[in-house]
Write a protein that binds this ligand. Sequence first.
Ligand SMILES: Nc1ncnc2c1ncn2[C@@H]1O[C@H](COP(=O)(O)OP(=O)(O)O)[C@@H](O)[C@H]1O
Ligand SMILES: [Mg+2]
Length: 238
Amino acid sequence: MHTIALVSQKGGTGKSTLAIGLAIAAMQDGHKVCLLEADPQGTLSNWRRRRAQAEPAVESIQDGIEFAHRVPFLERCGVTLTIIDTAAGVSEVATAAIAVADLCLIPARPSPADIEAAAPTLALVRASDKPFAFVLNQTPVRSFRVANAAGALSDTAISLNASGVLALPYIVLRNDQQDALGAGLAVTEYALGGKSADEMRGLWLWVASRLGAVAPADAPVEFGAVAANSQADLRVAG
Ligand SMILES: Nc1ncnc2c1ncn2[C@@H]1O[C@H](COP(=O)(O)OP(=O)(O)O)[C@@H](O)[C@H]1O
Ligand SMILES: [Mg+2]
């Protein structure tokens, strides 16, 4: 089983939207997925209540210490991918989520406030020595802002001496992302042939290939494969 944590100290960057989008894209790719909600705001459980389909399960986590038994339990239950959605801000639960994850995804909008907030989040991820990727979310379709934001995130990673990467593709700001969640669906269910669905499937494929290069959290191996590709990815993203 692999575990992904969505983390960012800034609210509204898209942690919950991407957690749901990636969960459903992974399910459609054959995974058995569990969403762990470590955010009292309850975006995922509210979405789950609107949802008619049985899968995926959404389980709530109140305390970081719960991850230590919940994650191995999910693996024993046959879950192949656990996605943890965390609250904004610095919390013991978010730190514990990072510690248990194989890969941390840090969403950011292409705005100065989000780029600035990415640095302390990345510092937290670096403290756990976890592989990570930034995800540019809510981007305009085409704008100099996107390339500028990609460059600024790359600089953030480099300034923290991190072999970081920027996930591809970027996720554009579109109404169907919001409408899907309102209907208890993900964008790959709500607007199957749409551009947002294409992007979310693409992002899942990117994450899946990255996970393939990342050992499960309890395996004592080097994460060299992630580091080796990182600079190339940053160049592509710019
Ligand atoms: N790509 C996107 N396009 C349109 N709206 C988005 C997109 N990503 C997120 N949103 C919207 O932005 C708001 C914040 O997203 P959310 O996922 O709740 O962020 P977070 O969990 O980081 O606080 C929500 O209203 C959500 O519907
Ligand atoms: Mg949220």
